[in-house]
Design a protein around this ligand. Structure first.
Ligand code: DP6
Length: 320
């Protein structure tokens, strides 16, 4: 009754920031993301009949902060009276720092636990279950460029461009790898309750989704760059105008944005996006990757640069 799975984090270009149903963790609007290739989370789940509690280790150390969410996810997946589980997670990147670690973690957890329990379950059902634990995790079940549709009752998720069809590159400028002060789930609930910009942010999401969808279909990099940066800055405006404000940026975040703006002015095909953390993610065409990596590595306050192509969806690891 043990199984392993791997999933990669994803970076949203059209962002998820708001829930229409906090109890079911349903998003208020759709989103579009890139599944990464280089970063990963591996999960092993061992179901133990007769055990009295779940256990969780993260990178080989006991972890109490995520235990509740992991147990709630297993409850949802396996139902009442389920066996307890020993869960071990390993990631090759900083956790809880705005690098979408909850996306890859819950995608890998749901994939591994469903295999351990020999549950059938198509990918979309598993994605919906993972999304109930962390909205962005639903997107990590699919490869390449992924769209999550908020749906009427349930979300829908699908790949809208295979990883090989338009091989964009992502260069992440890590400016601080410490944990964030407030998690994205709590922060977006605060934004919905207090930001005067929240309603118009949600009302305009469909338009941005349509523009991004068109840009992906036509492989129009300029169009995707423009709508993605705009969408990112709108989300951060909602965060900044929440009470108390939700500010994830630091000085190096702004320096990295400035470096990307300069590259763009010099004709380099690149744009930025930033999530619930201080890291800056540059998205570029393959031929620009080296230039973007060098510019970000030389930017004041940037500690490390991680480059990635587009990767595959969550999948079982049979021999781990
Ligand atoms: C800024 O998926 O972490 O990265 O559903 O509450 O777990 P919960 O939120 P989460 O939020 C991700 C927010 C974001 C934007 C995005 O990935 O779309």
């Amino acid at each position: 009754m043990r199984a392993c799975a791997i999933a990669q984090p994803n970076i949203a270009l059209i962002k998820y920031w708001g829930k229409r149903d906090a109890a079911r963790n349903l998003p208020a609007a759709g989103s579009i993301s890139l599944t990464l290739e280089t970063l990963w989370t591996k999960m092993s789940v061992e179901l133990r009949e007769g055990a009295h509690a779940d256990t969780l280790t993260v990178n080989a150390s006991e972890n109490n902060t995520m235990q509740k969410r992991v147990s709630a996810c297993l409850d949802r997946l396996l139902g009442p009276g389920r066996p307890m589980a020993d869960v071990a997670s390993e990631s090759n990147f900083p956790i809880g720092a705005g690098l979408a670690s909850s996306a890859s973690a819950f995608a890998a957890l749901v994939m591994a636990a469903s295999r351990a329990a020999r549950l059938p379950g198509d990918v979309l059902s598993l994605a919906r279950l993972a999304g109930a634990s962390s909205g962005s995790a639903a997107r990590s079940f699919f490869e390449g460029i992924v769209e999550l549709d908020a749906g009427d009752d349930e979300i829908d998720v699908s790949c809208i461009s295979a990883a090989s069809a338009w091989p964009l590159r992502i260069v992440i400028a890590v400016t601080d790898s410490g944990s964030k002060a407030i998690g994205s789930g709590a922060a977006m609930v605060r934004s919905a309750a207090t930001s005067p910009l929240y309603d118009s942010w949600i009302a305009r999401q469909d338009q941005d989704l349509e523009t991004a969808r068109q840009a992906v279909a036509a492989r129009d990099f300029e169009k995707l760059a423009s709508v993605s940066e705009h969408n990112c800055l709108k989300m951060h405006s909602v965060m900044w105008t929440s009470r108390p404000p939700v500010v994830y940026w630091n000085e190096a975040t702004v320096n990295a944005m400035e470096a990307i703006r300069e590259l763009k002015q010099n004709g380099v095909p690149v744009f930025f996006t930033i999530d619930a953390g201080p890291q800056v993610k540059a998205v570029c065409l393959p031929e620009a990757q080296g230039t973007v990596e060098a510019a970000l590595a030389a930017t004041k306050g940037v500690r490390r640069v991680i480059a990635s192509g587009l990767g595959g969806g969550a999948r079982p690891l049979d021999n781990a």
